[in-house]
Design a protein around this ligand. Structure first.
Ligand SMILES: NC(=O)c1ccc[n+]([C@@H]2O[C@H](COP(=O)([O-])OP(=O)(O)OC[C@H]3O[C@@H](n4cnc5c(N)ncnc54)[C@H](O)[C@@H]3O)[C@@H](O)[C@H]2O)c1
Length: 426
């Protein structure tokens, strides 16, 4: 196959699939497929349900959308970007990946290519996806079709480091496929591509990027717990330590979402499968998972110290998304904060202009509010720009005089010197 022959089918049009489909459509004929018919319907009106791509860009694109598998029949280069979550036991849930492999397998013809972009553990593409492609297509891997893996590194909400500006790791099942896959991605990635030595190496590289970040944040979270007991301000310590050339720039906080909070479990699952218990990685996960409870307990202790009756307290949580300046609430640890406060009978409301109320469970919708009346507690949970731009003096309109402010990200660390405000942070 040569590059000019590519007809691309992108499977899964979410945070990863849609941007890649839009970029490829600038150079190739591209069809975007998603099993979610209502998402496809919305995309056909040039609206990205994930709010990452603007309508004007979608309108200008030649990308076509479908939820009919038959529309993909003429494709010869499939890019798979379906979700890879974990189940309740934190075991990789490969349901979507297997079903997408099945779907592509049914379409596969001789000489076709399949590139997986979903985050997985090292070995997953070869052990799970390729056998499905072979059995569904009745074709032989490498002789009849080729496979590659190219992990995605986009950072939702980041308007500077967008898809085309981040070096893309690519891999193939042999030299020929590696060259073609690298050439295809080079057409759209301005920052260039990096050819990984193998599919397994590329898979491992992605999963360790987020594992490293998870662990670094876990260390900061652990330090914050220690410094709390020692009555030292964590941000002050990090500011001082940060003056050393090789001290890494990480801060404590809530670790949620569908990457950092999940990807390490893909690696630990595989490690355990091959007989090794990865204690450091799992310890990091445990520390980060504990942080919502730590915050809730600090708040409750402070409210009780102030002589408040918890069931009469009103709390306002600012921000519900898994990180700042996005609308994605999946796996947000702010839910743990809300549930933790409500466990102590504290009446909790959430303010988040980025969140679409339709994304919330019925039971949670009534909690999404704009500030009204007076609150005993305000938690600055997510540092959305709209919140950071607020005039702090305006908060007094909805905070009781003896209210507590818990600033998860220490965005307003200077407030801890205020004599009027009870300010707490990680
Ligand atoms: N979102 C990120 O920031 C990010 C960054 C890097 C890597 N990743 C990885 O990329 C993958 C996709 O993540 P995402 O955030 O784009 O997920 P997403 O949920 O936003 O989108 C996935 C899409 O796939 C569709 N889908 C599910 N099963 C399907 C199937 N069998 N056939 C066709 N479509 C199907 C869903 O309807 C959805 O629209 C995951 O492995 C994730 O870990 C995500």
């Amino acid at each position: 196959m040569i590059i000019t022959d590519l007809k691309i089918g992108v499977i899964g049009l979410g945070y990863v699939g849609l941007p890649i489909a839009v970029e490829f459509a600038k150079k190739f004929e591209v069809i975007g497929f998603d099993i979610n018919e209502s998402k496809v319907k919305t995309l056909k009106t040039y609206v990205d349900p994930s709010k990452e791509i603007e309508t004007e860009i979608l309108k200008a694109s030649t990308l076509r959308y479908t939820s009919d598998i038959l529309d993909l029949e003429s494709c010869n280069f499939y890019v798979v970007a379906v979700p890879t979550p974990v189940d309740k036991q934190k075991i990789p849930d490969l349901t979507a990946l297997r079903s997408a492999s099945q779907l592509v397998g049914q379409l596969l013809k001789k000489n076709d290519y399949v590139i997986f972009e979903s985050t997985v553990y090292p070995g997953c593409t070869e052990e799970e996806c390729i056998p499905i492609l072979e059995s569904e297509s009745e074709l032989e891997f490498i002789r009849d079709f080729k496979v590659g893996y190219s992990p995605e590194r986009i950072n939702p909400g980041d308007t500077l480091r967008t898809l085309t500006k981040i070096i893309k790791v690519v891999s193939g099942c042999d030299d020929e496929s590696l060259d073609l896959i690298a050439e295809a991605y080079s057409q759209i990635i301005e920052a260039g591509v990096f050819k990984a030595k193998s599919i397994k190496v590329a898979e491992a590289s992605k999963v360790i990027e987020n594992t490293q970040r998870d662990l670094n944040i876990a260390l900061m979270n652990e330090l914050s717990i220690i410094f709390d007991k020692l009555d030292i301000n964590t941000k002050d310590v990090l500011e001082a330590a940060g003056t050393k050339w090789n001290f890494l720039n990480f801060y404590p906080g809530l670790v949620g979402g569908h990457c950092i909070d999940i990807d390490p479990y893909y690696l630990t699952y595989k490690a355990e499968q091959v007989g090794y218990t990865p204690e450091v990685i799992l310890a990091g996960r445990k520390t980060n998972s504990f942080i919502p409870k730590f915050i809730v307990e600090k708040i409750v202790h402070q409210l009780l110290t102030k002589g408040k009756k918890l069931s009469e307290c009103r709390a306002l949580i600012k921000g519900l998304t898994f990180k700042e300046n996005v609308s994605d609430i999946r796996n947000s640890r702010v839910f743990d904060l809300v549930n933790g406060l409500e466990h102590y009978l504290i009446n909790t409301e959430v303010e988040d202009p980025n969140v679409d109320i339709q994304d919330l469970d019925m039971s949670f919708r009534k909690k999404l509010n704009t500030p009204n009346g007076k609150y005993d507690l305000m938690v600055l949970a997510v540092s959305h720009k709209v919140f950071l731009d607020e005039d702090i003096d305006d908060w007094s309109a909805y905070l009781k005089e003896d209210a507590i402010i818990f600033d998860v990200k220490s965005s307003h660390n200077h407030l801890r010197n205020s004599t009027d405000i009870c300010y707490m942070s990680l």
